[in-house]
Design a protein around this ligand. Structure first.
Ligand code: CTP
Length: 410
């Protein structure tokens, strides 16, 4: 996937530096070569020996290291790469980058390079949110520095919030996307995900139990294969993936508008659990009890069927349209009928009966239904279902390119 790509990896001084060891392994597994540079602070967290051993080459450390200069000068080092990656990028390193400082090897390389730079910030949440860091982020973005993460979550320092370094595979995906690599490179894939919320009044809404986990995993898997992903998501519990274009919506009607605006796409996958109805007499102000004991009469109208709408488009219909079918009875038969009714190419059927624990759970058991039949997959983690489905999508789109036809029955 990254065969022959040369990555200059600068490891800053943060607790997340340990993840950079795994990042080196993942990059090498994919055929990239990694030239590591460890900052002085980085050495407090990982050793030059372990970094160099995993990279299989010398770990560069000091600006005035004459041996290094004899082998390769710092200017050459900064230019001999296809991409410069900083992981973890500390608040200090980002400040140096934004200010154009060059007082050690890492900052000098970053100032001297003529290559794209991808940074994976990692720091305490307060440091990330500090106006000084936010100013530096704006400067770096304006300088065309690409970011992956940070993620939100529990931090090593015991606090919670944005500041956790992106996971190694998220950084690999960011690198692959910047390299225009992967079987879905140059392809645009649209994914809908999560539930929709249909307001009753400003404080109440109708929703469902979808966590957005399967759609999120799918967006990540497609991104990891190099696709440009537009991720249209309702208000989901699951954290949205990095490295994709995120469009946040609330209602089914907003989702339809966002999907239509995102077209054309090579493939579209509809993993959202869209509410079937919206409230036509939703109130603009909070509904109050009137003391009579009478419940308010809520009236419904059917929502647009986004999947059926896109599958039926004459113009801009994606070459591959994939729906999901959440069923509780006669799963395969109902899903096969749904595929025909909605006009999509594939449907991913799953049994969402409460006893399966699938809705909102970590696993999924699906049957992939196409024009040529039904294929039952074993119960798998949602991430794995996503990876398999993404690979099938890549294959179907690849066949379309290679043979001028889409084997949608695959
Ligand atoms: N879907 C959609 N827009 C809707 C309803 C559903 O795009 N308004 C999509 C879902 O994202 C999913 C597929 O259609 O890919 C099937 O959703 P599901 O809820 O199983 O089907 P329904 O259309 O609600 O059919 P039924 O109520 O008969 O089960």
């Amino acid at each position: 996937m990254l065969t022959g790509k040369r990555i200059l990896l600068i490891i800053g001084g943060g607790i997340a530096a340990y993840k950079s060891l795994d990042l080196i392994r993942r990059l090498k597994e994919r055929g990239a070569s990694v030239t590591p540079v460890l900052t002085r602070a980085g050495e407090e967290f990982v050793t030059p020996l372990s970094v160099g051993a995993l990279a299989g080459v010398k770990c560069y450390r000091h600006l005035f290291d004459l041996t290094d200069e004899a082998e390769m000068g710092h200017i050459e080092l900064s230019r001999a790469a296809d991409l410069v990656v900083v992981a973890p990028a500390t608040a200090d390193l980002m400040a140096k980058m934004a200010g154009g400082q060059a007082d050690d090897l890492a900052s000098t390389l970053l100032l001297a390079t003529d290559k794209h730079v991808l940074i994976a910030p990692a720091m305490n949440v307060r440091m990330w949110l500090h106006p000084a860091t936010q100013r530096n982020i704006a400067t770096l973005r304006a300088d065309d520095v690409r970011f992956v993460g940070p993620n939100e979550g529990d931090m090593a320092c015991g606090e919670y919030g944005p500041g956790r370094m992106a996971e190694p595979m998220e950084i690999v995906a960011g690198i692959a996307a910047m390299m225009g690599d992967g079987p879905l490179a140059g392809r645009h894939v649209l994914v809908t995900s999560g539930p929709t919320h249909e307001p009753i009044d400003p404080v109440r809404y109708i929703a469902n139990r979808s966590s957005g986990a399967q759609g999120t995993a799918l967006a990540r898997a497609l991104r990891d294969l190099g696709a440009k992903v537009t991720f249209v998501t309702g208000p989901a519990r699951e954290r949205s993936p990095g490295g994709v274009d995120i469009v946040r919506v609330e209602t089914a009607r907003e989702m339809l508008a966002a999907v239509t605006a995102a077209l054309p796409a090579d493939a579209a996958v509809f993993a959202a659990a869209v509410a079937d109805w919206h409230v036509t007499n939703a109130s603009g102000s909070k509904m109050k009890k009137d003391g009579s004991g009478k419940a308010p009469a809520i009236e419904f109208a059917e929502n647009p069927d986004i999947l059926a709408h896109v599958a039926g488009l004459k113009k801009n219909r994606p070459a591959l349209v994939v729906g999901f079918a959440a069923e509780t009875d006669d799963v395969v038969d109902n899903a096969a009928a749904k595929r025909k009714r909605k006009g999509c190419d594939w449907i991913v059927a799953n049994d969402v009966s409460p006893e399966t624990g699938i809705m909102g759970g970590a696993e999924n058991a699906v049957t992939l239904i196409s024009a040529t039949g039904a294929e039952e997959w074993p119960r798998l983690p949602k991430d794995e279902v996503a990876r398999r489905l993404a690979a099938r999508i890549a294959k179907a789109l690849g066949q379309e390119t290679a043979e001028g036809t889409t084997d949608k029955g695959d």
